[in-house]
Design a protein around this ligand. Structure first.
Ligand code: NAD
Length: 291
């Protein structure tokens, strides 16, 4: 087989273009979508992520104030700021950049965000809604993968999907979305005994672990679609996914590259959730003023 490399950049661009129009429509009605991006401390990688998110917001007309807290901020400080943002009508989405400094419970912070402003989709209410097939906000990375599958017209119904990784922010919601879309889903993780045997059964293989070269050609069924979510910084400074790209070329029918595959979709879906949050808040306001 000739492996087709799926470029995520044009797909993300198409999504952002559609969103720009929706933002214009909202602005015309007097509603400027707002995403608060909260950063605690000085983690250089987090700083880059935050900068990229704010830039992407600005490009489509979303207001995105950065809320900075010092590295020595306490959990109470952070929860206080989030309370303020929960109550702020100019803010439709709240994103707290992870990881948080030691001493702050990521779980308590996530639970303090108003669920209707939780554009990351990590709040237990929102993950629960996803689990029952009634999503309010779908976590951005798995949502981006589904968008890629849709855009590439990759069939999911009845296919055997294998997801490697079971984190609450990627693997689990990914598996739930594929299940909801009609795939038969296997979830593998660090305790899986026969990883290669499992992944070889996949028509659709999604790998979200964070270990370079975890998946090579032995682990891929000929003709399978392989989605590589992993991001690994190699010793030479370059980025790589979890899939050994050169090994699976000629085996997989399609492959998302790292960088440039799933990555660009994640930010696009964050913007999508923010615009959705603003649209919902506007329509609720209108219902409220009508009654
Ligand atoms: P995580 O560390 O929370 O979870 C990793 C998962 O991999 C765990 O569930 C663990 O059980 C599993 N695992 C670990 N070793 C394994 C092994 N040897 N075999 C099988 N499973 C194993 O990570 P995460 O937040 O879910 O992120 C996963 C990867 O995806 C990371 O590389 C991260 O950088 C990347 N990521 C990319 C994007 C993006 O936008 N492209 C977004 C989020 C995360």
């Amino acid at each position: 087989v000739q492996t087709r490399i799926i470029d995520g950049n044009p797909i993300a661009r198409t999504v952002r273009q559609g969103l720009r129009q929706r933002v214009e429509a909202l602005r015309a009605l007097g509603c400027v979508p707002g995403l608060a991006v909260v950063l605690v401390g000085e983690n250089p990688v987090s700083r880059i992520y935050v900068r990229n998110k704010i830039k992407a917001c600005a490009e489509i007309g979303v207001y995105s104030p950065q809320v900075d807290l010092p590295a020595n901020a306490t959990e109470a400080d952070l929860l206080g700021r989030i309370r303020g943002l929960n109550a702020d009508p100019a803010i439709h989405g709240i994103l707290v950049q992870l990881p948080l400094p030691g001493g702050i419970s990521g779980q308590r912070v996530v639970e303090s965000i108003a669920p209707h402003k939780d554009v990351d989709g990590f709040h237990p209410c929102n993950l629960g809604l996803l689990a029952i097939g009634q999503p309010r906000f779908v976590p951005c990375t798995p949502a981006g993968v589904m968008k890629i599958l849709e855009h590439e017209e990759i069939p999911v119904i009845g296919k055997h999907a294998v997801v490697v990784g079971r984190s609450n922010i990627v693997g689990k919601p990914m598996a739930l979305l594929l299940l909801q879309s009609g795939a038969t889903v296997t979830i593998c993780h660090s305790k899986t005994l026969d990883l290669t045997e499992q992944t070889r059964r996949a028509d659709l293989l999604v790998v979200a672990v964070g270990k370079a070269n975890l998946v090579d050609k032995e682990a891929v069924k000929p003709g399978a679609v392989v989605i590589d979510v992993g991001i690994n910084r190699l010793s030479d400074g370059s980025l790589a996914g979890d899939v050994n790209k050169h090994s699976v070329l000629g085996i997989a029918s399609r492959l998302t590259p790292v960088p440039g595959g799933v990555g660009p979709m994640t930010i696009a879906m964050l913007l999508a959730n923010t615009v959705l949050a603003a649209e919902r808040s506007l329509s609720e306001q209108r219902v409220a003023t009508r009654t």
